[in-house]
Design a protein around this ligand. Structure first.
Ligand code: H2U
Length: 350
């Protein structure tokens, strides 16, 4: 029996050991606050001013090759670098700071300035999936790297600096805060149950069905029970794989299909280029396969009720705990019923 909860309640997120206050029915309240500009007009296929278009000069002075597929390069303004010998900050006490080093890359999905994952042809989305995997593998093989984060900021609302379709890959010499909490939670769950947390969670979701957005032979896209962002989605492999580097040919094919379909539905939901931050959470780099950790992607889109009204994580959310109005079940229903690429309304499988 699907879980039915009416009225305000809190939901537990076992991956991050935190709660979200859920207040169904608050979406009808009046809004006289900020609205966002709607999606800008159509972009050209090539923009002579774009730092990422083929053949153009980047801000750092390097010239892009005339690439015709995906294109990755070292970030000209990296957030991380080599550890400066002799500049080691204090590592304990009240004022704690640890040294950090790493490597930052930028990956363009397409030579076309106007392309997006939502509209790119299936072979191009597949090439992007392959590049996520190869870039992760290369980054993880670098000396002293402990964790690789692939992430995409899409849209001005999410602070994306350029509409040319791209993502970033940051490889670091430590496990950062969020994956570190996920590492602890999945490890503790595996110790206690002998199975993986997200695998067991996926079984519950598939049995209930209410929060499922899309499924195919390799992957499931769902709105997590504990979602914070209105149309937050998690993409999970059916198979117990720990990282992008472990995906085989079939996994990659079906992943490209579900990513293409999910992003198309996002865009169709409010008839705009749906902004989001997405990221891949794979097991830390190095070492052996970890049966506790299941690879997953998280999509965090800020839009709430239209292309111009966003959710703000402020007030109670900043000072006490995240809160949402639209339930995860309502969000999943909306996304499920939104027509995607060629799939009619209500179609479930990508
Ligand atoms: P965002 O749009 O998500 O900010 O990513 C763009 C990245 O591209 C950003 O990290 C880099 C920025 O440093 N970049 C270059 O490396 N070279 C450039 O010429 C422009 C932008």
């Amino acid at each position: 029996m699907p879980l039915r909860i009416d009225g305000p309640h809190r939901r537990y997120n076992p991956l991050l050991d935190e709660w979200v206050l859920t207040s169904p029915g608050r979406l009808d309240r009046p809004w006289q606050g900020q609205t966002e500009p709607s999606t800008p007009g159509a972009r050209p296929a090539y923009d002579p001013e774009c730092y990422l278009c083929p053949g153009n000069r980047r801000a750092g002075g390097a010239e892009n090759p005339r690439y015709d597929g995906t294109f990755a390069f070292d970030n000209d303004f990296p957030a991380l670098g080599r550890l400066t010998v002799g500049a080691r900050p204090p590592t304990d006490g009240m004022l704690r700071a640890d040294p950090v080093s790493g490597h930052c890359r930028v990956l363009c999905f397409s030579p076309r300035h106007d392309a997006t994952l939502a509209t790119m042809a299936p072979p191009e989305v597949r090439a992007t999936v392959d590049a996520w995997c190869t870039e992760t593998e290369r980054a993880a093989a670098r000396e002293a790297i402990r964790y690789v984060q692939v992430f995409e900021n899409r849209g001005d609302l999410m602070g994306c600096s350029n509409p040319h379709p791209h993502c970033q890959i940051w490889a670091v010499d430590h496990v950062p805060s969020v994956p570190s909490r996920k590492l602890a939670a999945q490890g503790a769950y595996h110790d206690a149950h002998g199975s993986d947390l997200l695998g067991d969670y996926l079984e519950v979701e598939l049995a209930e069905g209410e929060r499922i957005v899309l499924t195919n032979d390799g992957w499931v896209a769902l709105v997590p029970f504990w979602a914070i962002w209105p149309f937050e989605v998690m993409v999970l492999p059916r198979r117990a794989v720990g990282g992008l580097v472990e995906l085989d040919e079939d996994d990659r094919r079906s992943l490209a299909e579900i990513v293409a379909e999910l992003t198309a539905r996002y865009d169709a939901l409010f008839a705009c280029e749906f902004p989001y931050s997405m990221g891949w959470h794979g097991r830390p780099a190095g070492g052996h396969a970890d049966p506790a950790w299941r690879l997953h992607a998280v999509y965090y889109p800020p839009l709430l009720r239209s292309a111009t009204i966003r959710k703000f994580l402020v007030g109670y959310e900043m000072t006490a705990e995240p809160q949402r109005d639209l339930t995860a079940e309502e969000a999943a229903t909306r996304l499920r019923e939104t027509p995607g690429r060629g799939a009619g309304p209500g179609a479930r499988d990508s």
